[in-house]
Design a protein around this ligand. Structure first.
Ligand SMILES: [Zn+2]
Length: 386
């Protein structure tokens, strides 16, 4: 078509430089054809002729582009890794709280993120808001946090050289004792029966690290809560420590039966739930500064319970009030005497009664809170299966 006629003109134009070279080569290779009016030949068939000189150029360009790309990728990688390091060091600063809080809290991006935690109550002071975690941590993580800050929050640390004579796992809960304070057969049976009736909220969602029986001497002088003679067990951090009287199955002064063993286990387990929730809710920095008790008192679990069952805070405008007084009306007062002393004890006492099928001893608001929290009806614990 017309195209072919026009084509020589068109095609010669773009290749003016290579043309002379191509021409000479063509002549050398093909001495004969003067008849080759086909200036179009090199054009139609440009590749073999051009390939030698252009290949090198092309290789050079490809190589250059590849080198530039590699350099760009490497540069990008370095920038990315540096950013990662910055983020990691910021979060670790936030979580370990090793450096001063002013530097941490003024770092803009982290502050933005940390201060918009969905775990923080809406009205909480902006400064306090920064101490709420972004999301709840697992039990394994909570155990790690506890081990790091136990010295400052007052959790009892199990001495590393403590030798357990007996160790078993019952429904996921490790039970251990030393030769100094073995748990009697009766007590062990009572504890296991108590674990049997616990709803998932306890032994699955808020499990214990372990139930431990050891003497005060074995646990060392670090014991923060010195159990008195009337103490049957106590919770410290994520562990429940069995006192001598309960381990032995009671004494002449303090007779223990299976109901009281279950009662004490439930009561202390509620404290472990409170500790775990505090570890889950707040940053390590906050916990180390304020102790678990303060964290528990300001955290959503305890505060939510308190406000629903009749405790009134002196000042809780910013959600960080910790001093509460129980209202005088009979419903609010419907808890044990010990429960009336503190919000956290009220929760522990009412929780134990709820699971012992003794809900009639606590107010309707407390029963409703426990039903909502555990997802169990009050009658599910009746008749008591313990
Ligand atoms: Zn208690």
């Amino acid at each position: 078509m017309k195209d072919s006629a026009v084509s020589p003109v068109q095609t010669t134009e773009p290749v003016p430089v290579s043309n002379p070279i191509q021409q000479t080569i063509v002549i050398q290779q093909n001495p004969l054809p003067i008849s080759t009016p086909i200036v179009a030949v090199p054009v139609e068939n440009p590749l073999p002729l051009q390939s030698a000189p252009l290949n090198n150029k092309r290789k050079f360009y490809i190589l250059a582009i590849a080198v530039v790309l590699i350099l760009l990728l490497a540069l990008g990688g370095v920038i990315y890794l540096r950013n990662q390091n910055i983020v990691d060091s910021k979060t670790s600063k936030l979580s370990t709280g090793s450096s001063s809080d002013t530097t941490i809290l003024t770092e803009q991006p982290v502050e933005e993120e940390a201060c918009n935690s969905p775990l923080a109550p809406a009205q909480v002071r902006p400064y306090v808001r920064c101490y709420y975690r972004q999301s709840k941590i697992s039990f394994a993580e909570a155990k790690e946090v506890e081990s790091r800050i136990s010295g400052t929050v007052g959790s009892l640390i199990i001495p590393k050289d403590l030798v357990f004579e007996h160790e078993e796992v019952y429904r996921g809960i490790p039970i251990k004792w030393t030769s100094g304070q073995p748990i009697s057969e009766n007590t062990l049976t009572w504890l296991k029966r108590a674990i049997d009736v616990l709803p998932d909220y306890f032994y699955i969602e808020h499990p214990l690290n372990s139930i431990i029986s050891a003497t005060d001497q074995e646990l060392g002088s670090q014991t923060v809560i010195k159990p008195g003679p009337d103490t049957l067990a106590y919770a410290s951090g994520l562990n429940i420590f069995i006192a001598e009287t309960l381990a032995k199955g009671g004494s002449t002064y303090y007779p223990v039966d299976r109901d009281s063993a279950a009662n004490i286990l439930f009561h202390e387990w509620v404290h472990v739930v409170q500790h775990y929730e505090a570890l889950e809710t707040f940053t390590e920095e906050y916990l180390a500064k304020n102790t678990l008790v303060v964290a528990m008192a300001t955290g959503p679990l305890e505060k939510g319970f308190a406000k629903e069952v009749g405790w009134v805070y002196n000042s809780d405008e910013f959600g960080d009030g910790i001093i509460a007084k129980l209202k005088d009306d009979s419903e609010s007062q419907k808890t044990t005497d010990y429960g009336k002393t503190k919000v956290r004890e009220d929760m522990a006492e009412s929780g134990a009664l709820f699971m012992l099928c003794k809900s009639d001893q606590i107010s309707e608001a407390r029963i409703l809170w426990w039903e909502k929290t555990t997802g169990k009806n009050r009658n599910e614990f009746c008749p008591s299966k313990i």
